[in-house]
Design a protein around this ligand. Structure first.
Ligand SMILES: C[S@@+](CC[C@H](N)C(=O)[O-])C[C@H]1O[C@@H](n2cnc3c(N)ncnc32)[C@H](O)[C@@H]1O
Length: 290
């Protein structure tokens, strides 16, 4: 694989896949992020390990650190994300509420990040825990970097209907007329800060459990909501490649980083997004490295 003049990069990180829109590296994200210039990335979607003792199929990934150490590590990669994000760019962090609280507190202390939303993504089934409320949502924190007008596009989806009679489940009052667009009989409603129409837990028989993938609809919504075609999307914890594949198929440039195996992400990008391998990095991506 030729990195077109960026030989140092291939020595520090293993470039596993390049397409005409993106590059996937096998690397520790803190190293990869440190090599990216300030204010160069339009959108970051981070879905880190949750520190719940999960095995990611690689002995170098330890998902059970003492709380203080996990927090220190989290702040380390977050600070790099803040640095490389363009003014007006968006940062999304997918996590469980326990850690999102700390992540949000940290981001609130940085002078250039502004809170926009805490998006609750509802699980189909909660997990009963003794003496606790059943946790039935993951959180998706949405921050923007101050300094320029942010990019924001409204996303719509068909209103839920009763599966027996086909009638609308919700009453939209006076807004109903506004929502019926494009001649659809079912109104296309605007996404809110609770996403109960997507199931965050996907079970894919063809992939090992160690690949904790998000369903494509989550990164696709993020990308469509917060970026334009031609923007650069970065995923520091690429896993099975859901973000990268959606960036590729939605005509965004992308950079992915994964410390464990990248085989599943590579396959997903090539098959799902129908991307073709390239022997050189896209110019747009080359330019953002130091
Ligand atoms: C929750 S999964 C991400 C799943 C991904 N969003 C998807 O939809 O496929 C977290 C991933 O981070 C990877 N990882 C853990 N530590 C890392 C690090 N320091 N740098 C890069 N990747 C890391 C794990 O191997 C795992 O694949």
């Amino acid at each position: 694989m030729n990195n077109s003049g960026k030989d140092n990069l291939s020595k520090v990180f293993a470039l596993k896949l390049a397409t005409k829109r993106g590059a996937l590296y096998r690397a520790d994200c803190t190293t990869l992020l440190a090599s990216i210039k300030d204010n160069t990335v339009d959108c970051i979607l981070a879905d880190p390990p949750f520190n719940l003792g999960k095995s990611y199929g690689s002995s170098i990934i330890i998902d059970k650190l003492p709380n203080w150490k996990y927090l220190e590590w989290t702040q380390h990669w977050l600070s790099q994300c803040v640095r490389i994000l363009k003014p007006g760019g968006s940062l999304f962090v997918y996590h469980i509420p326990k850690w999102l609280i700390s992540i949000s507190s940290y981001l609130n202390t940085t002078e250039n990040m502004e809170f926009r939303h805490w998006i609750a993504i509802k699980m189909k089934n909660g997990f009963p825990i003794k003496n606790r409320l059943h946790p039935v949502h993951y959180g998706l924190l949405y921050y923007v970097k101050r300094g320029k007008r942010l990019k924001f596009h409204i996303i719509r989806y068909p209103s839920p209907v009763c599966r027996h009679c086909g009638e609308l489940i919700r009453d939209y009052g006076g807004y109903l007329k506004k929502y019926r667009t494009n001649g659809n009989s079912v109104p296309l409603i605007q996404i809110a800060d609770v996403w109960d129409d997507v199931n965050p837990n996907i079970h894919n028989k063809n992939r090992p459990k160690s690949i904790n993938e998000l369903p494509s609809i989550i990164p696709e919504r993020v990308i469509r909501m917060a970026t334009n075609k031609g923007d650069i999307v970065l995923d520091p914890f690429a896993g099975g490649g859901s973000t990268l594949s959606m960036a590729e198929s939605n005509e965004r440039y992308w950079i992915g980083c994964e410390l464990g195996t990248t085989v599943h992400a590579q396959n997903r990008i090539l098959k799902e997004a129908k991307a073709t391998k390239s022997t050189v990095l896209p110019q747009r991506i080359q330019k953002i490295f130091r």
